[in-house]
Write a protein that binds this ligand. Structure first.
Ligand code: NAP
Ligand code: ZN
Ligand code: ZN
Length: 348
């Protein structure tokens, strides 16, 4: 076992405290990664606070991991010491079921192994990226292209892939009108990616307070959802809507903005159910869908797409002592647009 420094929540209320955790000894296909940066995803908060069900404490969250390979197992072929790599929301899956074989490991029929708060194939409770090192099998590690700095690479491993995958799957492209609901960590990545894919992009945010940023980052239009006029003006206008909101919203109001055969994809994961009125769907043959992160192959594709198109998240780097404060700001929708922990501040 390798003992490494980490920051953990010891109860749903927090706060974060320094601790040490154990990483397994390197198996033949494992790589040891020295983590340089870890993004703060709203899912970390939902999970650690028990909003998605009970979890075990201490819990080390973090599934937006960017770092350097510092050691490799005896049979590793994909990575070498010194490589710049990333790890996202999962660290393993069965690799044998139909979905895994299709490269959709996130939908593993036997359940993928979450980067934290899961039991891995060795029977160990997984702990995430708010720590100095992690051991991961090479098949669940991705390569960070040279053009992307490690601090901005981190959020791509969840916020990036979670928005890239549905935009690709539902065909965001020139001639398509795409709306992004919620302009936070996922939302701002969705805007950049949809714009780079050539779609016409509209942001639907609670207020106009971030409008300038939205237009600067690639949106063509920006509307406030606290203004009822927005829903009248935009009725029936979008091919695709990606909802990134972390809380319960009136989903029927947003479904009414879809044109004939349009799709609203929920990636936001509030603990409360959303109440869909079937008449919001049947009137215009609309679809209400969901999407979860992306497979490993698609995550690599997304990173390469970001490098080619010079896309990176807008980040605010924080120290390990500022995690609680950053979480409060995420909960207050006061994030511009992703907090990233500088893991070097953890080693003292
Ligand atoms: P975030 O940075 O907090 O962004 C969420 C945004 O939603 C906020 O910035 C805010 O945007 C809007 N919002 C928040 N509360 C709201 C409310 N009560 N009413 C209306 N709008 C509200 O969070 P994130 O990290 O992007 O994550 C967003 C959600 O996606 C979370 O639920 C997370 O768990 C989930 N998620 C899912 C996946 C997946 O695989 N499906 C992956 C990652 C994350 P405005 O200020 O612009 O209104
Ligand atoms: Zn996430
Ligand atoms: Zn599987």
């Amino acid at each position: 076992m390798i003992t490494v420094n980490a920051r953990a929540a010891f109860s749903p209320e927090g706060p974060f405290k320094p601790t040490t955790i154990e990483r397994r000894d390197l198996q033949p296909h494992d790589v040891l990664i020295e983590i340089k940066y870890a993004g703060i995803c709203h899912s970390d908060i939902h999970t650690a606070r028990g909003e998605w069900g009970p979890v075990q404490y201490p819990l080390v969250p973090g599934h937006e991991i960017a770092g350097i390979v510092v050691k490799i197992g005896s049979e590793v072929t994909k990575y070498a010491v010194g490589d710049r790599v990333g790890v996202g929301c999962m660290v393993d899956s069965c690799r044998e079921c139909a979905n895994c074989r299709q490269g959709e490991e996130q939908y593993c029929l036997n359940g993928n192994t979450g980067t934290y708060a899961a039991i891995d194939r060795y029977g160990q409770y997984t702990q995430g990226g708010y720590s100095t090192h992690i051991v991961v099998t090479e098949d669940f590690v991705v390569r960070i292209p040279d053009g992307i700095e490690l601090d901005v690479a981190a959020p791509l491993l969840c916020a990036g892939i979670t928005t890239y995958s549905p935009l690709r799957h539902w065909g965001a492209a020139p001639g398509k009108k795409v709306a992004i609901v919620g302009f936070g960590g996922l939302g701002h990545m969705a805007v950049k990616l949809a714009h780079a894919m050539g779609a016409e992009v509209t942001v639907l945010s609670q207020t106009l307070s971030k409008k300038e940023d939205g237009l600067r980052l690639g949106a063509d239009r920006y509307y406030a959802t606290n203004d009822a006029e927005t829903f009248k003006k935009l009725a029936g206008s979008f091919d695709l809507i990606i909802n990134t909101v972390s809380a319960k919203i009136d989903i029927n109001a947003y479904l009414s903005l879809l044109r004939l055969e349009g799709t609203l994809v929920n990636v936001g994961a509030p603990s409360e159910p959303l109440d869909v009125n079937v008449f919001s769907l049947i009137g215009h043959r609309r679809s209400f869908a969901g999407s979860m992160i992306g497979g490993i192959r698609e995550t690599q594709e997304m990173l390469d797409f970001c490098a080619e198109n010079r896309i990176a998240p807008e980040i605010e780097v924080v120290s390990a002592d500022q995690i609680d404060e950053a979480w409060e700001r995420v909960l207050a929708s006061d994030v511009r647009y992703r907090f990233v922990i500088d893991i070097s501040t953890m080693e003292k």
